[in-house]
Design a protein around this ligand. Structure first.
Ligand code: ADP
Ligand code: MG
Length: 145
């Protein structure tokens, strides 16, 4: 499945994430791809709320992984921007999360592409300056039919 969507504000991107969070099944892995400031964290915050998480969600840049347990399913939020090598992911124990019963989301997922499960939902967020400052094109790709 490949679906291209457009948003015109952070609220719209947040709402897309929220919908995904409401519908997410145990074991869902979401890869977020896109440059700094495109809205990966905004999208993630939406997913968190969709899962029923009300505590604030920020980018866990300095810890790589932040875990939230208060929602409908455990939520694992990775930001691998500062990852040195794939071994760091092993140290964090990513396999338990990627192949577990929670929902995982990975900002800068391209950097750990080799480690992502086959059924990962890939979400690419892009700007297009010609379409305005707050415009984003959001492409969702999954192995699901
Ligand atoms: P990233 O995590 O990709 O580095 P953030 O989510 O932290 O990016 O920041 C995205 C920034 O872009 C926020 O300041 C947000 O308000 C702004 N923004 C403007 N338009 C949009 C949009 N359509 N979708 C998401 N964020 C947007
Ligand atoms: Mg971010």
């Amino acid at each position: 499945m490949k679906k291209v969507m457009k948003t015109a504000s952070p609220e719209e991107t947040f709402a897309l994430g929220e919908k995904l969070g409401r519908e997410a099944k145990p074991g869902t892995v979401i890869a977020l791809i896109g440059d700094l400031g495109v809205g990966k964290t905004v999208f993630t915050q939406g997913v968190a709320l969709g899962l029923g998480i009300t505590e604030p969600v920020a980018s866990p840049t300095f810890t790589i992984l932040q875990v939230y347990e208060e929602g409908r399913l455990p939520f694992y939020h990775y930001d691998v921007y500062r990852i040195g090598d794939l071994e760091e992911m092993e140290e964090i124990g990513y396999e338990d999360c990627f192949y577990g019963e929670g929902v995982c989301i990975v900002e800068w997922a391209d950097l750990i592409r080799e480690l992502l499960p086959e059924d990962t939902i890939r979400i690419t967020i892009e700007k297009d300056p010609e379409q305005g400052f707050d415009y984003r094109r959001i492409t969702v790709e999954s192995s699901e039919q």
